[in-house]
Ligand binder design. Structure first.
Ligand SMILES: [Zn+2]
Length: 289
């Protein structure tokens, strides 16, 4: 995969796409979208031909986004993560987010805000890492061999960032993935870097918008300048099918009715405005809705 750094400018704010990985989905795509008709599949494949491989499998991108403004450097989501990350059982780890950040001239230490759209493992991979995964964070002198400790000593990958999660998502942790308590939320809390939001909240750059359905406390980030809008969606939609037909459920949505409602609400916009979407899983990093 290439490490180009596609970006979109909204007023004085820049949204930067950060590749982390790509690979096939773990089950047949017809099972992922059981209501989609043959005609809808054909339409979606014309819209996003990169999302289907030669064997007819769903091919996904896994990416995060940075939002750079004069006030903030915000990250939205944290990818699939390193080889020992929480997504190891199904996602094409290790991801390349560190190299993508470097290609975009972003030092993890300058990130002031990390918005976690939801608690699925392909969105929190680099949020908290072990020393074994990122030895350079272990405090070793440059070039010196590290101790190779694999004790599971975990620390936030973005040492100066406040990590933002909706309270409804945090409260659903046990239902979503109890292991993330040990690997994600406890280390963030211990570091004093976890902040829970209650619904729509202004951010240093843009605005967190509650978009429940995929998970109970799913959130997206909206950046607006005049009539130009950009929505960093998270998994509000996971495939072009759900852009072209927002009513179509994805089988891993916890509340399909709420997810449908969130999609329709966010994808509808006033005439005369332009809505750009920044999605983690579609082939193109930026699309116009
Ligand atoms: Zn996802």
């Amino acid at each position: 995969m290439s490490l180009s750094v596609p970006h979109l400018r909204i007023g004085s704010t820049e949204i930067i796409a950060l590749a982390d990985g790509e690979g096939p989905f773990f089950s047949p795509r017809a099972e992922a979208f059981p209501e989609a008709t043959a005609g809808q599949w054909a339409e979606a494949d014309r819209y996003d031909p990169g999302a289907v491989d030669a064997e007819g499998r769903w091919r996904l991108q896994f990416r995060a986004y940075a939002i750079r403004s004069d006030k903030s450097l915000t990250l939205v989501d944290a990818g699939i993560g390193p080889a020992d990350g929480p997504a190891v059982s199904w996602a094409p780890v290790p991801g390349v987010l560190p190299a993508s950040l470097a290609a975009a001239n972003i030092d993890p230490a300058e990130v002031d805000t990390v918005v976690l759209t939801h608690l699925h493992t392909d969105h929190v991979g680099w949020a908290v890492v072990t020393e074994a995964a990122v030895p350079s964070m272990g405090g070793a002198v440059d070039g010196a061999p590290t101790s190779g400790s694999a004790t599971g000593d975990r620390r936030p990958y973005f040492p100066n960032a406040e990590y933002l999660l909706q309270r409804a998502e945090f409260d659903a942790l046990d239902a979503l993935n109890p292991q993330l308590r040990e690997t994600l939320t406890d280390p963030l809390s211990a570091a004093g870097q976890l902040r829970l939001l209650d619904g729509d909240t202004p951010l240093r750059a843009g605005r967190a918008v509650a978009t429940p359905g995929h998970t109970p406390g799913h959130q997206s980030v909206l950046v607006a300048d005049g009539r130009e809008l950009a929505l960093v969606t998270g998994d509000l939609l996971v495939h072009a099918l759900q852009l072209l037909h927002p009513e179509l459920a994805y089988s891993h949505e916890l509340d399909p009715e709420a997810a449908r409602h969130s999609r329709k609400r966010m994808l509808g916009h006033e005439t005369g405005t332009t809505l750009h979407l920044a999605t983690p899983h579609l082939t193109e990093p930026f699309i116009s809705a």
